[in-house]
Design a protein around this ligand. Structure first.
Ligand code: FUB
Length: 341
């Protein structure tokens, strides 16, 4: 599906608010941006949205993406290249549909693309594919990463060279169906259904040196409130929903994520990649469209927030990636941004 050319006067949302940033590209629809700097250039690994036939539902069946196309640019504001298809679902032997939010990493002279997709049984798993180029084409492993499940992989490499995958998403992301360690096909469609109990937390697993398998069983990443108690399931303005991202700033670890049905991008900080993390606040107020999913990267001496909204289409299933500068306060907190001026 092609996105329409940007038209003059399209810079206002349907309710009249002026967008703070413009879509990075309009040739294709893009979402869920994971930005990385490789050899000084910015690469964005995103979902490639298409206009499929499935009606919208709470489980995201309308996100019917089939392939990945990488975006790249010399710097924010420079022309953006839309690269050819990097990986198509038809190349992945175990996958059936819904190539959702991906991420990438570089190690051992190889670029790794991590992606969630539903297997032939309709269960989300995480795949890995490799390439000698940051833009692909990528060659997928024939099986998903052993022990992987749910969605939204984010692979963070720490200063000591250790890499970790953060992942998970509730509702359509199926995390709530894995509480026993096995997939419960008839499990909850949303969450634990226990608003006064600790919420489902994102998962973390250290990656093996080969970057294709977990070096340990995935474990919970604890997100705590200011009193040191786990954020509760009913605290929907702050609890983890999907889209985990990790970055390091001034020696602290920043775990950021989407609150899903309340549409915030929020963050929590900690002293170790494993956490625990203490909730600190909002990064981005709700965008146009249901989903909100981001990444944070440093480039050219500034920090950038990549996110997406539905400016070009007005439809949640057809999103467009944007970027805006992110600012830290002197105490290390992040200044809350609005997607509108
Ligand atoms: O784009 C499909 C899914 O919607 C992603 O995996 C989630 O993070 C949400 O953006």
């Amino acid at each position: 599906t092609s996105a329409p050319e940007k038209a003059e006067g399209e810079a206002r949302s349907p309710d009249g608010r002026v967008y703070a940033s413009q879509p990075l590209v309009s040739e294709i629809y893009t979402a869920d941006p994971s930005a990385h700097v490789f050899n000084g250039r910015l690469y964005v690994y995103n979902s490639h949205d298409i206009d499929g036939p499935t009606p919208e539902d709470d489980l995201g069946a309308h996100f019917e993406m089939r392939d990945y196309r990488v975006l790249s640019m010399d710097r924010v504001g420079a022309p953006v290249t839309v690269h050819p298809v990097a990986l198509d679902v038809s190349q992945v032997p175990w996958a059936s549909r819904q190539m959702w939010a991906p991420d990438a990493a570089f190690k051992n002279g190889t670029y790794y693309l991590y992606f969630p997709a539903k297997d032939k049984q309709g269960v989300f798993r995480m795949g890995v594919a490799t390439s000698s180029s940051p833009t692909g084409p990528f060659t997928p492993d024939p099986q998903p990463i052993p022990g992987s499940f749910s969605i939204d992989p984010a692979v963070f490499t720490d200063e000591d060279g250790a890499s970790y995958m953060y992942f998970g998403g509730i509702w359509g992301g199926q995390l709530q169906r894995w509480t026993t360690g096995n997939y419960q096909a008839n499990g909850s469609k949303t969450d634990l259904g226990r608003p006064d109990q600790p919420a489902l937390m994102p998962k973390i697993a250290r990656m093996d040196a080969g970057m294709k398998t977990f070096a340990e069983a995935p474990r919970d990443v604890q997100i705590l409130d200011e009193a040191g108690k786990p954020i509760l399931g009913g605290d929907t303005d702050r609890r983890f929903f999907e889209a985990a991202w990790m970055h390091r700033y001034n020696g602290k670890y920043y775990l950021s994520y989407s609150t899903g049905d309340t549409h915030y991008l929020v963050y929590a900080t900690g002293d170790s990649p494993y956490g625990p993390f203490t909730y600190r606040g909002r990064i981005l107020e709700p965008v146009d469209g249901w989903t909100t999913h981001h990444s944070i990267v440093e480039h050219d001496g500034k920090w950038w927030l990549f996110y997406a909204d539905t400016q070009l289409s007005g439809e949640t299933r057809l999103r467009n990636v944007k970027v805006t500068e992110l600012f830290y306060n002197p105490d290390g907190t992040i200044r809350t941004l609005s997607p509108f001026k």
